[in-house]
Design a protein around this ligand. Structure first.
Ligand SMILES: [Zn+2]
Length: 287
C-alpha cells in the first residue's frame, strides 16, 4: 500500500466514522413518528388483519396512557393546563385500577343532587351536589397536588381541581374562599377551601366531581355518600362500562338509568327538531 492509497483509506474511514457519529448525535425521533408509523401500518396491512392491527394499536395506546399515569409522569402530564379536563384527546386505558383507600369526605353534607342528565336544564350534571353552609370547611378527598384554583362567574364560581396520587382528579365548585395555591401538595382531609354559593348556584353547596383522565365518573360509583366511605378499596375504571358508571347510584341506579336513557332520547329528538336549541344545550352541558 503506497502513501497516497493510505491517505485515501484514512480519509474514507474517518468520513464513515464522522458520518456515523454525527448521524447518531443528530438523530431524534420525530414528533410525527407515531402518526407516520400508524400510516405505514395502515398502508401495509392486508385486509384480513384489520382487527388485529386495531388491537395492537389499542394496546399501544393503552401502554402510553398508563405511562402518563405513572408516578413520575402523573404530576407532569399537562399539569399546567388551564382546563378542567387536562387530558382532552388523550388515550384512555381500557381499564385502570384506582386505589381509593385514602378517601376523606370533602364535606359531610347531604347529597342534594345526583350526577347525570338534567332534562330541566338540558345539560349534564358532571358531579354531585353536597349540602353545606357558607364558610364550612372543604377538604381534599385524597392525597395529591392542587392543579387549578380559578374563578368562573357563570359556572363553577370559585373552584379548585386537585390531581391525586391514585390517578383521579377531583373538582370542588361554588366555593366562597380558596385556601391553596396551584402546585401545592395536599393530604387527604386537608382544608383547601370554604364552601359557598359562587358561580351558577342557587344555594350554598359543594359541587364535587371525580374525574379519571378528564372523564367525569359518577362520584356515587366510587363513594357511598350516606356513610361517606368508598364502596371498595379499589375502583376499577373500565372504558366499556364507563357509560354505566355514569348513571351509577346505589339506590337510584334503576330510576336514574332509565331517566338518563329516556332524556337522552328526548334530547336526540329535540336536537333533530331545532339545531339552534341543541347547540345551546351542548354549550351548556359542560358540567
Ligand atoms: Zn353541581
Amino acid at each position: 500500500m503506497n502513501f497516497t492509497k493510505k491517505i485515501a483509506l484514512a480519509a474514507s474511514l474517518s468520513a464513515i466514522l464522522l458520518t456515523g457519529v454525527s448521524a447518531s448525535a443528530q438523530y431524534r425521533l420525530p414528533a410525527s413518528h407515531n402518526q407516520q408509523h400508524n400510516a405505514l401500518i395502515a398502508d401495509q396491512r392486508p385486509a384480513g388483519i384489520d382487527l388485529k392491527s386495531a388491537k395492537i394499536n389499542s394496546f399501544a395506546n393503552d401502554v402510553r396512557a398508563r405511562e402518563a399515569l405513572q408516578d413520575n409522569e402523573l404530576f407532569n402530564y399537562n399539569f399546567s393546563s388551564q382546563s378542567v379536563n387536562a387530558y382532552a384527546g388523550c388515550d384512555i386505558p381500557a381499564n385502570y385500577d384506582i386505589d381509593v383507600t385514602g378517601f376523606v369526605a370533602p364535606v359531610k353534607g347531604k347529597l342534594t343532587s345526583p350526577y347525570g342528565w338534567r332534562p330541566r336544564f338540558g345539560r349534564m350534571h358532571r358531579g354531585v351536589d353536597l349540602n353545606l353552609h357558607v364558610g364550612d370547611s372543604v377538604v381534599s378527598a385524597f392525597d395529591g397536588k392542587v392543579r387549578l384554583v380559578k374563578y368562573e362567574a357563570r359556572g363553577y364560581g370559585h373552584y379548585i381541581v386537585v390531581r391525586h396520587d391514585n390517578g383521579l382528579e377531583t373538582v370542588y365548585g361554588h366555593l366562597s374562599r380558596t385556601l391553596v395555591k396551584p402546585g401545592q401538595r395536599v393530604r387527604a382531609g386537608q382544608l383547601i377551601a370554604k364552601g359557598g354559593n359562587t358561580g351558577r348556584s342557587t344555594g350554598p353547596h359543594l359541587h364535587f366531581e371525580t374525574r379519571f383522565m378528564g372523564l367525569a365518573v359518577n362520584p356515587e360509583a366510587i363513594i357511598d355518600f350516606e356513610n361517606y366511605v368508598t364502596h371498595k378499596d379499589v375502583f376499577t375504571f373500565d372504558k366499556r362500562t364507563y357509560e354505566r358508571a355514569q348513571v351509577y347510584g346505589p339506590k337510584r341506579a334503576k330510576s336514574s338509568a332509565s331517566k338518563y336513557s329516556k332524556s337522552k332520547k328526548s334530547k336526540a329528538t329535540a336536537s333533530a327538531k331545532t339545531k339552534k336549541k341543541s347547540k345551546k344545550s351542548s354549550r351548556k352541558s359542560r358540567r
